[in-house]
Write a protein that binds this ligand. Structure first.
Ligand code: DAT
Ligand code: MG
Length: 155
């Protein structure tokens, strides 16, 4: 897959340490899959500090940065690249607001989490950031291009 292109239909999701620890990985991935989004890359890993600092570089000046890096490196995560129409925006909607206490019912954070520090899922916030984030976690040949027979039923 050509990642030099700005692919508006790709987004990076991280199923965060709290989701793995709580046994919610399947539930979270399932909600995104059932929407029609296609998994094109996936791996389980434990992030090290260096990767965490690069992934969350936009937040490096924030007071919560240290705690965020400690949290995201505290236990394994699952990194996934989803492909689909307007995947970035669609995934942000399904995730719900950053603070689970404010996230709407029906969203992952709204239904399954309570606290800002443990909000279960990361999703890219723009196509440009998606491309950068995907490159942190996956080599080009790990992002697969394939057709699903059901795609014609998703429009
Ligand atoms: P999102 O994960 O919805 O994209 P973000 O990029 O603003 O939110 O922040 C990244 C993560 O940092 C977020 O998922 C939880 C944590 N975080 C954000 N704001 C915080 C705050 N004020 N205090 C503590 N943690 C915070
Ligand atoms: Mg963010």
């Amino acid at each position: 897959m050509k990642q030099n292109d700005l692919r508006a239909d790709l987004s990076l999701v991280l199923v965060k340490p709290d989701a793995i620890q709580r046994g919610l990985a399947g539930e979270i991935i399932s909600r995104l899959e059932r929407k029609g989004l296609k998994i094109v890359a996936m791996k389980m890993l434990q992030m090290d500090k260096n990767l965490a600092q690069r992934h969350y570089a936009v937040h490096e000046d924030k007071a919560f940065f240290g705690g965020l890096v400690d949290f995201i490196t505290s236990s394994p995560i699952i990194a996934i690249v989803f492909q689909g129409k307007e995947a970035v925006e669609v995934i942000r909607q399904i995730m719900g607001e950053t603070d689970p206490a404010k996230a709407k019912p029906g969203t992952i954070r709204g239904d399954l989490a309570l606290d800002l520090g443990c909000n279960l899922i990361h999703g890219s916030d723009s196509a440009e950031n998606a491309r950068k984030e995907i490159d942190l976690f996956f080599s080009q040949d790990e992002v697969l291009e394939y057709r699903r027979d059901i795609d014609k039923w998703l429009g």
